[in-house]
Each structure stands twice: as structure tokens, then as C-alpha cells.
Design a protein around this ligand. Structure first.
Ligand code: ADP
Length: 185
């Protein structure tokens, strides 16, 4: 009925679409990880997400779900993340524990962002996406691939190289580099 009224009043379909998009819910996503520490690969994923997302909540996991030793305590991982995205008003950085789907729901997000580097990431990521859908069938996992330079980069590798005194300045932001240097000095 409404459509008919629009046509009669001379409004075209594109005007109607514009009106509809104004009333659409903002696209909110969560990007979870241990970010120990945040690397340029993670940053790349965040910036790509902002191309289609209105608000991104970066969730720094309090406890690692995979068997990887943690270097920085959660508070410090969160501080680094906040420093890195200080100029980006659409990014919120928070810590979380418990089920990822509960965290996403609490943040009003129906999208989970994950980065895919290589086939080696795929098995675990696929299982996690399927499990999260079982737990909450309204959630969608979106996989993004990074800039090719970052496709081999992992926080684990950064930690290992930094621990042995190697130069990781091309893999992390200056604020993160400073913390790593302080940690290993
Ligand atoms: P990491 O695997 O480096 O220890 P996280 O567990 O914090 O890092 O990863 C959080 C998410 O970011 C995961 O989906 C992971 O696959 C993704 N990710 C990590 N490093 C990169 C990268 N260099 N490029 C793209 N995605 C990445």
C-alpha cells in the first residue's frame, strides 16, 4: 500500500531505497582474538572490516582458547589495542571472557570477523564458525584475508623473534614495539 502511495506522489524506487537504508540497523561486528600483541596483520583486518561495518568491537580474550603461552596480561594487550586504534571512533576495544557468541550478543553484534592467513588457519576457524552457529544461529562469521605481506605474520612469531632479539619493527606498530622492547630489555 505504501509503495503505491510513493508512486502516486511521484517518488521513485531509489528514493524509497534511500529511506529504507536510513532506517536500517547499523552493522556491528566483533573481532575476537588474543592479540598478544596486536600485529599489523590484525590492524589490516580491522581496517578492511571498517569498509563495510559501522561499528567494530575488538574483543581481547582474557584467556587464550588455543595452547599458546601468553606474554602480555590482558590489561596490557587491551591498552596496546586502544593506543593503536585511538584515532578510530568506530572501533571499540574491550576485553571479554566466556562464550564468544554471548559476547557478540551483548555488544549487539551479529557478525564475527576472523582473519584467514593460510590453509593452516582453516580447520580451526571452520570448526569454530560452525560451533558458534550451533550456539546462536543468527550469528554469521566473516573471514577476511590480509594484505599479502601479512599473510605469514602471527603474534606467536612476533613474540618468538622479539624474545631472541630480532627486529620486529615491520610487523607491529611503534607503540607495540616499544612495549616489546621494554619487556625484553
Ligand atoms: P595470532 O593467531 O596471531 O596469535 P590471534 O589469536 O589474536 O592472533 O588472532 C585473532 C584473529 O586474527 C584470528 O582470526 C587470526 O586468524 C587473525 N589473524 C592473526 N594474524 C593475522 C594476520 N597476519 N593476517 C590476518 N589475520 C590474522
Amino acid at each position: 500500500m505504501k509503495k503505491c502511495d510513493f508512486r502516486q506522489s511521484g517518488r521513485d524506487a531509489s528514493g524509497e531505497e534511500a529511506q529504507a537504508s536510513k532506517t536500517q540497523r547499523p552493522i556491528v561486528a566483533v573481532y575476537p582474538g588474543s592479540f598478544d600483541p596486536v600485529t599489523l596483520g590484525h590492524e589490516d583486518v580491522v581496517r578492511r572490516t571498517l569498509r563495510f561495518c559501522d561499528r567494530l568491537v575488538v574483543g581481547v580474550a582474557e584467556t587464550a582458547t588455543q595452547a599458546k603461552g601468553s606474554l602480555f596480561p590482558v590489561q596490557e594487550r587491551l591498552e596496546m589495542m586502544r593506543e593503536v586504534f585511538a584515532g578510530e571512533s568506530r572501533v571499540d576495544c574491550v576485553s571479554f571472557s566466556g562464550l564468544l557468541v554471548d559476547f557478540a550478543r551483548d555488544e549487539g553484534a551479529r557478525f564475527i570477523i576472523r582473519g584467514l592467513r593460510a590453509v593452516s588457519d582453516f580447520d580451526y576457524e571452520f570448526q569454530m564458525a560452525q560451533m558458534n552457529r550451533e550456539l546462536w544461529d543468527e550469528v554469521e562469521t566473516i573471514f577476511l584475508t590480509p594484505e599479502v605481506h601479512y599473510s605469514f605474520l602471527s603474534a606467536t612469531l612476533v613474540r618468538e623473534v622479539a624474545a631472541l632479539g630480532g627486529d620486529v619493527s615491520t610487523f607491529v606498530s611503534p607503540v607495540v614495539l616499544e612495549r616489546l622492547q621494554r619487556h625484553y630489555s
